[in-house]
Design a protein around this ligand. Structure first.
Ligand SMILES: Nc1ncnc2c1ncn2[C@@H]1O[C@H](COP(=O)(O)OP(=O)(O)OP(=O)(O)O)[C@@H](O)[C@H]1O
Ligand SMILES: [Mg+2]
Length: 310
């Protein structure tokens, strides 16, 4: 495979969480996380609330630094990206799209404004006369009608707003999009449309995606690779199909058992294996223990070992 755009190597993130007078307690949100992001590919980062998914995205976008380990952008440690212009350039190449498509749009501005500004700031057009054609091209790419430009965010549906956010990432020249639960606030009926759009941006434009979700079922639509995370630790990772069809880690099986759709590729597992949710507490306990060792299951399928004794 080509050189990754982003490499996350053994990243630990601790937060200070108070602790009282003259002492600080720390919380390890990430306990040695590694993964790579490639152009034209999607990695799904899957896990339940609080496991550290958004923290990964915030570290990659330099909201705050890693406590240990390193994050490389095209081979360069992102800690070295400090000059204003370099930082602006990095943030335009590595963009975040959030769960709430309303929250990131300004209600007082039209969609045209939301898309024109990034085009100008990030020098995506050499002079202003090119802007109308560029706006039409962006809308066409994200499959929105041309008259969307004159509308305000509240005049659009949730799915349309998320398309505007994806268009905006394209407007700034993104090569990697970190999509943090991009469809979880959308109706089921329009969710697939947004996932299909991400898929198209990946295959036709070569955009790479980190697709953050708690929903393992949607990962198989768009992600070649999946990393399953629990308590700041990736417990199983590699080829999405291999993980879904041949899950090894009890926590992955627990997630799978929560998806009641027998039509999915892993539907059989749900039927043939015991109900993991019955043992959910024990599985969570064992899966939460820090475990440095892993083993290879398939050509691109790895699982962290676990301690059944917990
Ligand atoms: N700035 C912070 N200070 C202290 N603790 C934090 C901070 N940011 C995150 N955490 C803690 O780190 C853990 C991981 O948080 P994170 O937001 O990455 O979870 P998540 O997997 O994105 O969850 P969700 O699915 O609910 O969005 C949580 O326990 C959270 O409370
Ligand atoms: Mg989150």
């Amino acid at each position: 495979m080509s050189q990754p755009i982003i490499q996350v190597n053994n990243v630990v993130k601790t937060f200070n969480v108070g602790g009282g007078f003259a002492k600080t307690e720390t919380f390890r949100a990430l306990q040695g996380v590694s993964f790579n992001l490639h152009a034209g590919k999607t990695l799904a980062l899957v896990g339940e609330s609080g496991c550290g998914k958004s923290t990964c995205a915030r570290l990659i976008t330099k909201v705050y630094p890693a406590t240990e380990g390193e994050i490389l952008y095209r081979g360069r440690n992102i800690n070295e990206i400090t000059k204003r212009k370099e930082l602006l350039d990095y943030r335009s190449k590595v963009q975040m799209v959030f769960q709430d498509p309303f929250g990131s749009l300004n209600p007082t501005h039209t969609i045209a404004h939301h898309l024109t500004r990034p085009l100008k700031i990030h020098n995506q057009v050499s002079d202003a006369s090119q802007i109308p054609a560029k706006l039409d091209e962006l809308l066409d790419l994200v499959e929105l009608a041309p008259d969307t430009l004159g509308k305000f965010p509240h005049q659009l549906s949730g799915g349309q707003r998320q398309r505007v956010n994806l268009a905006r990432a394209l407007a700034v020249g993104a090569e990697m999009i970190l999509a943090d639960e991009p469809t979880s606030m959308l109706d089921v009926s329009i969710r697939l449309g947004v996932l299909n759009l991400m898929q198209k941006m990946k295959t036709e434009l070569g955009i790479g995606f980190l697709y953050i979700t708690h929903d393992l079922a949607t990962a198989h639509y768009i992600a070649e690779e999946t990393a399953v995370m629990y308590k700041g630790q990736i417990v199983e990772w590699g080829d999405t199909q291999s993980i879904l069809r041949n899950a090894q880690h009890p926590y992955t099986k627990l997630l799978i058992s929560a998806v009641p759709d027998p039509d999915l590729p892993f539907g059989n597992l749900v039927q043939s294996e015991p109900d993991y949710s019955v043992n959910a507490d024990k599985i969570r306990k064992t899966s939460g223990i820090l475990q440095p060792e892993s083993r290879q299951v398939g050509p691109n399928h790895f699982v962290r070992l676990w301690d059944n004794a917990a």
